[in-house]
Write a protein that binds this ligand. Structure first.
Ligand code: CP3
Length: 354
C-alpha cells in the first residue's frame, strides 16, 4: 500500500514525496501574468477577490498557463482587518488602511466573533469553486496573514521604512500581545472555514517576521503562533500548514521550524541545501529561489537556474522528500512570463527523475 496521497505538494509537506518536488509560487496569480492583467482591465482587484467566479478564474489562470502543482486561493491577507472594522482601500499604490491601531485600548475596540468570519465568506465560496475545477492531483492552498504580519499592517499600514518603526513602537507599548490573541481567535475560524471549503493546505504568511526585535519574536510571536497552529491541527488534522517566515536569522529560523507547521517557507537569504539537510525528517521546507533573479533576461537566467537546481540535486534524496520548490518571496510584477515557463520546464527536466 502506498502512503502517498497522489498530490505532490501534500506528499512533500508530509515528508513522503519520492517523486519530483512540487512547485508553486507566491503571487503566481499576479501582474506579471497577461491572464491576470486582462482580468484587471475589466475589474478592480477588490472586485476580483470578492466575486467568487472571478477569484476562481484568477487562481486557475496560472495553473492552465504554467502547470503549477498547486493553486492558491485568490484573495488578500488584509480583508480580515477590514472585517474587524479597519477601513481598507486598494489602489495602484497598494493597500491603504484608513484608521491605524494606536494602542492596546484600540485593540479592545476591534470587531470580533462570527460577524467578522461571515464577512469573509467570499473566500470560502471562491475556494469551493477552485477545488471543484482543479484536477485532483493539484493542491489548493488556502491562506491568511500570520498574526504578527497582520499586526504590522493594523498598526502601521505597511511594513516598509518608517512604518516598521511605528509598528515596533506600538508593539512595545503593550498592544502586540492583546492583538495577537484577538486576531488568532479569528484566524482559527478563517483557517477552518477555508479548509472546510476545500483547501488541502493552509499557508500563514509572515512577511514581517524579521521586522520585530528577536526577543519579542521569541517571547510573544512564537507562543501565539504555536497555539494557533496546534489548535487548528487538533481540529482539522488532515489539513497541513505552511508557515512562511520572511527575514529570520539562522537561529530564529531554527526556532520557527518548531512552531508546529508541517512546512516552513524560507526567504532567499538562507542556503537551501543546508536547511534541507538540517531539517531532514523534521519539517518540510519551501523555497527559495531569488525573486529578483527572476527578472533577469531569459538567456542569463537559464544558467543561474540550472546551477541552483543542480545544487539542490546534490542534497541526499532522503532530505529532498520534504522540499517544496518555489521562490523566497512573491513573483514580482515585471517578471517575464517566459521566465516562469523556463523555471517550470527546467524544474521538471532537472528534477523530474528524483
Ligand atoms: O497568487 C497568489 O499568491 C494569491 C493571491 C495573494 C495576493 N496577496 C494577491 C494580491 C496573496 C497570497 C497575497 C498575500 C499578501 N498580501 C501578503 C503576504 C505575502 C507577501 O507578499 O509578503 C501581503 C503582505 C499582502 C498585502 C498586500 N496586497 C500588499 C502589500 C499589496 C500591494 C503590493 C503588491 O505586491 O501589489 C497587495 C495587493 C495585491 N495582493 C495584489 C495581488 C495580485 C496586486 C493587486 C493589483 O494591483 O492588481
Amino acid at each position: 500500500m502506498s502512503d502517498t496521497t497522489g498530490k505532490l505538494l501534500v506528499d512533500a509537506i508530509r515528508l513522503s514525496n519520492n517523486a519530483r518536488p512540487p512547485v508553486w509560487f507566491m503571487r503566481q496569480a499576479g501582474r506579471y501574468h497577461s491572464h491576470y492583467r486582462a482580468l484587471r482591465k475589466e475589474h478592480s482587484f477588490e472586485r476580483i477577490c470578492r466575486t467568487p467566479a472571478l477569484a476562481c478564474e484568477a487562481a486557475l489562470g496560472p495553473i492552465r498557463d504554467f502547470d503549477f502543482d498547486a493553486a492558491i486561493l485568490f484573495s488578500d491577507i488584509l480583508f480580515i482587518l477590514e472585517a474587524m472594522g479597519m477601513d481598507l482601500a486598494f489602489s495602484d499604490a497598494g493597500p491603504k488602511l484608513g484608521r491605524l491601531l494606536e494602542n492596546a485600548a484600540a485593540v479592545a475596540r476591534l470587531r470580533t466573533g462570527d460577524a467578522v468570519i461571515e464577512k469573509l465568506s467570499f473566500q470560502a465560496e471562491a475556494a469551493r469553486l477552485v477545488r471543484r475545477q482543479l484536477p485532483p492531483e493539484k493542491t489548493l492552498i488556502g491562506f491568511a496573514g500570520a498574526p504578527l504580519t497582520l499586526f504590522f499592517f493594523a498598526a502601521a499600514g505597511s511594513h516598509k521604512g518608517e512604518a516598521v518603526k511605528r509598528a515596533v513602537g506600538i508593539a512595545a507599548s503593550g498592544a502586540l500581545e492583546p492583538f495577537l490573541a484577538v486576531v488568532s481567535e479569528l484566524l482559527l475560524d478563517v483557517m477552518k472555514m477555508q479548509a472546510d471549503a476545500g483547501a488541502d493546505v493552509f499557508a500563514l504568511f509572515d512577511s514581517c517576521a524579521g521586522d520585530i526585535p528577536e526577543i519579542q519574536y521569541s517571547a510573544m510571536v512564537m507562543p501565539a503562533l504555536k497555539k494557533l497552529i496546534s489548535r487548528f491541527k487538533s481540529e482539522r488534522p488532515d489539513t497541513n500548514v505552511i508557515y512562511y517566515a520572511k527575514g529570520l536569522s539562522k537561529s530564529l529560523l531554527e526556532e520557527a521550524a518548531l512552531c508546529g507547521a508541517d512546512c516552513i517557507g524560507i526567504d532567499d537569504t538562507h542556503d537551501l541545501p543546508s536547511v534541507l539537510i538540517s531539517q531532514e525528517g523534521k519539517v518540510s521546507i519551501q523555497g527559495n529561489f531569488s525573486p529578483q533573479q527572476m527578472l533577469l533576461p531569459p538567456g542569463v537566467l537559464e544558467p543561474v537556474l540550472r546551477a541552483w537546481l543542480a545544487r539542490t540535486q546534490k542534497v541526499p534524496a532522503s532530505a529532498r522528500k520534504g522540499w517544496v520548490c518555489g521562490l523566497g518571496h512573491g513573483v514580482l510584477p515585471g517578471v517575464p512570463e517566459e521566465n516562469v515557463r523556463l523555471f517550470l520546464r527546467l524544474q521538471r527536466a532537472v528534477l523530474g527523475t528524483c
